[in-house]
Design a protein around this ligand. Structure first.
Ligand code: PLP
Ligand code: ZN
Length: 442
């Protein structure tokens, strides 16, 4: 028997499709498709052997197995030929020990998983390497795809454009006009993608791209395509590996379209089934109050869900009112005894700035997760000795205006709590020394 994986309908009808088929929903019932693995074959290798295989490959040079994703190839996407893999050494990101920030909150074991320390600056690289490699494989086998495309809040498009251009495949990007940062916008432009800036929000872009996906010659790269979820689920495996195969107590993750929280859960469930771990963490999904459909559903015990129109938030990558993976996410949260909480604009900005002062440089979405962390500690949902991981989804360097606005508050506006404005003064030794003294004595 060989390692094998396929698409399977997640709504119970159980229909299966090969991973090389261009399909996003079940033909029978319209349900989302999930990648299913032949677990019997995977179980033939012992947990100890899996761990040592992953250790041998981790961050080494043998292409593509040094990648955090492809080092777990058998659990991710065994069907792809190595010579169709487009890898940029994804994963292997720092698990930052937030010693000082944790100390301020009364936590001894707080860690920030720096998923944004990656080729295009966000965790989206983890999924895109799998998706674009599969497209390359499909093209090699049948040659029927003319372009890959996505709707994006800025990070998916950057990842797709980079991997597609490395593969030599045309990319089409749909972005909501004026709702992504300059840094995010310039990435697909530089990589040569057709970049379409639409007069709508993300949900509006998503509607159009899903219609375009009806054509079989354009391949859809949004997270409705569960090949991306397979790559993203390596976040869980990597975190556990970084703790010498111990499972943390809590993981807090920002959620927008809700693919990543589902991916996180899948990674743990797979390790559990293979005996690599013997317990599961709890998961907290963090939403911006201005784009909080999952939080509202959680308030009803997940008995109801309604899409909303997302309001403008600084956490632009999660400004989503109609998340495509909502059902997967709810299933995940129920399985992991999960919670959902939210953060206001002031809370997310203060949380990001406060943690920045302890050596981080947080994006606004990580700020949402950090604000939820602070609330969970305050209501004693998280205990001082709990091992807690916050998933940082992107680098703060993609969101400079968020930080500039915070530290450049106009006179008359209330100063934010952790404001640190530059001081302008003459180039005069005595004056400089005096200023330093004032600062250090304050
Ligand atoms: C995509 C993204 C998210 C949200 O992930 P989902 O899978 O859509 O929930 C959060 N933060 C950043 C920086 C992102 O790019
Ligand atoms: Zn079905």
């Amino acid at each position: 028997m060989n390692y094998d994986a396929w698409f399977q309908c997640s709504e119970g009808c159980g229909e299966t499709y090969p991973l090389t088929e261009i399909i996003y929903r079940c033909k029978n019932c319209g349900g989302l498709l999930e990648v299913q693995h032949n677990m019997d074959v995977l179980k033939q290798r012992s947990a100890a052997d899996w761990k040592s295989l992953f250790e041998q490959r981790y961050r080494r040079t043998q292409y593509p197995y040094g990648s955090g994703v492809w080092g777990k190839k058998e659990l991710v996407c065994p069907n792809i030929d190595d010579n169709n893999i487009i890898s940029m050494y994804e994963g292997g990101t720092n698990l930052f020990w937030a010693e000082r920030f944790g100390e301020q909150l009364g936590l001894h074991d707080l860690w920030i998983k720096q998923c944004g320390n990656s080729h295009t600056g966000s965790f989206k690289d983890l999924g895109m390497t799998v998706l674009v490699s599969m497209v390359k494989q499909i093209i090699a086998e049948s040659g029927n795809i003319r372009a890959v495309m996505c709707a994006s809040t800025g990070d998916t498009s950057a990842a797709l454009a980079a991997y597609a251009s490395a593969a030599g495949i045309p990319a089409i990007i749909l972005l909501p006009k004026a709702k992504v940062t300059r840094e995010q916008l310039i990435q697909p432009i530089a990589n040569g993608a057709l970049t379409l800036s639409l007069e709508t929000d993300f949900d509006g872009c998503m509607e159009i791209v899903q219609k375009l996906a009806g054509r079989k010659d354009f391949y859809l790269a949004n997270s409705i395509n569960s090949l991306r979820i397979e790559g993203q689920k390596t976040i869980s495996i990597e975190i556990v590996q970084q703790f010498d195969w111990e499972v943390p107590d809590w993981i807090i993750i920002p959620g927008g379209n809700l693919g990543n929280v589902s991916a996180l859960g899948l990674g743990f469930l797979m390790m559990y089934e293979l005996g690599i771990i013997d317990k599961l963490p709890r998961i907290a999904c963090a939403q911006a109050e201005r784009a909080n459909p999952l939080y509202r559903s959680y308030q009803t015990g997940f008995t109801e869900f309604s899409a909303i129109t997302a309001q403008a938030t600084q956490a632009t990558a999660i400004q989503i009112g109609n998340p495509v993976s909502v059902h997967r996410a709810i299933r995940t949260l129920k399985r992991f005894d999960g919670i959902v909480d939210q953060a206001t604009e002031v809370e997310l900005a203060n949380a990001a700035a406060r943690a920045d002062r302890t050596g981080l440089f947080n994006c606004p979405h990580t700020g949402v997760a950090l604000a939820v962390l602070i609330k969970m500690v305050e209501r004693k949902q998280i205990q001082p000795d709990d091992r807690v991981i916050v998933i940082s989804t992107a680098t703060g360097l993609k969101f400079p205006d968020f930080k500039v606005a915070y530290h450049n508050t106009a006179p008359g506006e209330p100063a934010p709590r952790y404001l640190n404005a530059p001081i302008e003064l003459e180039a005069d030794y005595e004056g400089v020394l005096k200023q330093i003294g004032t600062h250090l004595d304050a």
